[in-house]
Design a protein around this ligand. Structure first.
Ligand SMILES: Cc1ncc(COP(=O)(O)O)c(C=O)c1O
Length: 356
């Protein structure tokens, strides 16, 4: 349990629905969505398809389910999927690609999380019958664990074009694609146009309590709906959730630049604190990944001390923490969090040996 005064920087998933969302949820017109009769869900799906300039969209309970439905639909058992080494789809989805799709990850490292064709192509398997075949390329925009880094539309196209020529579909894990669009001052349709399918989350920076969307061709989404049912994701009067999702989709993208400005400001404060290693000039969206450069302090200890002072952060590994700004973190709280970091870190001696 977190107290009301805590500044929760663990994730942008911790946002609570706004009053407008709660009112819309209470008033939502609903029906049985397994019968395709929920008007609010239908409207959400139509709007998502329109915004992404695609034929169709599907509301799914989570980003993980959206990603894994895409993996299953694009691949066959025994194939490989190319993903960036720190990708969510590979590291944080319960090895679902193997459990659900019989697919093996072929991870590729990109320093900033942003893959390029010259990094991907050496990992594509030769077309010989006795080798596992590459079935899919998955990209992540923004890249969560690389610190909210961003693919431009051009960078995505420069992967999709040769991938398609090689007969490979490309799935976009766009959990935070609206953050990427805000950072680049572009729209999500242009950013994802060349991908075969896109998943995006309503329940992260956009602030909805539950839900993600999968978008693609009508045929792809029809198949995705069956698979969602197979996975137990067929929901009934889920217009209650879609009503909040509609507000997330229509209204919340416009405020994401506030989160990005807060993240940049926090990074500028934190990079001045001895014992923390980060580069504020690289912060483009709402995620900070910070190395700890104190020999006598690991990430769990730091997170505990911060928590004792009302600041919650995530840990990635013993030397790395992660902070996200979001709807429920104000500018004042950014200043307060920076002060707490400074006070906590003053007790430790930084060492250059541990700096990356
Ligand atoms: C990049 C990325 N993709 C997918 C997901 C999965 O979303 P969910 O938690 O709704 O399953 C997350 C969640 O944090 C994420 O950060």
């Amino acid at each position: 349990m977190t107290s009301i005064q805590n500044i929760d920087l663990r994730s942008d998933t911790v946002t609570k629905p706004t009053l407008e969302m709660r009112a819309a949820m209470a008033a939502a017109e609903v029906g049985d969505d397994v019968y395709l009769e929920d008007p609010t869900v239908n409207r959400l799906q139509e709007r998502a398809a329109e915004i992404f300039q695609r034929e169709a969209a599907l509301f799914v309970p989570s980003g993980s389910m959206g990603n894994q439905i895409a993996v299953r639909l694009h691949t066959s058992p025994g194939q490989e999927m190319i993903t960036e080494e720190r990708g969510h789809i590979y590291n944080y989805e319960m090895a679902a690609m193997s459990a659900i799709s019989g697919v093996l990850a072929r991870p590729v490292r990109a320093e900033d999380g942003i893959l390029r064709w010259d990094l991907i192509s050496p990992s594509i398997r030769p077309r010989v019958y006795y080798r596992a075949q590459t079935g899919l390329v998955a990209l992540e925009n923004t890249h969560n664990m690389a610190g909210g880094t961003v693919y431009t539309a051009r960078q995505v196209e420069e992967i999709c074009e040769p991938a398609h020529e090689a007969g490979l579909p490309v799935h976009m894990d766009g959990a935070r694609i609206f953050n990427a669009a805000a950072a680049l001052d572009t729209d999500v349709a242009s950013l994802t146009r060349s991908c075969d399918s896109v998943m995006f989350c309503l329940s992260k920076g956009l602030g909805a309590p539950v839900g993600s969307m999968l978008v693609g061709s009508r045929e792809f989404i029809d198949r995705a709906r069956s698979l969602r049912k197979l996975l137990g994701g067929g929901m009934r009067q889920t217009g209650i959730l879609a009503a909040a999702g509609l507000i997330a989709l229509e209204k919340m993208p416009a405020r994401l630049h506030e989160d990005h400005a807060n993240a940049r400001l926090l990074a500028e404060f934190l990079e001045q604190i001895p014992g923390l290693s980060l580069d504020s000039s690289k912060v483009r969206t709402n995620i900070l990944v910070i190395r700890i450069a104190c020999a006598d302090l690991d990430s769990a200890q730091l997170a505990l001390r911060l928590r004792q002072n009302g600041v919650l952060v995530g840990t990635i590994d013993p030397r790395t923490i992660r902070l996200l700004t979001h709807l429920d973190v104000s500018r004042d709280q950014i200043h307060r969090a920076a002060r707490v970091f400074r006070e906590v870190l003053e007790a430790f001696t930084p060492t250059s040996v541990l700096a990356p």
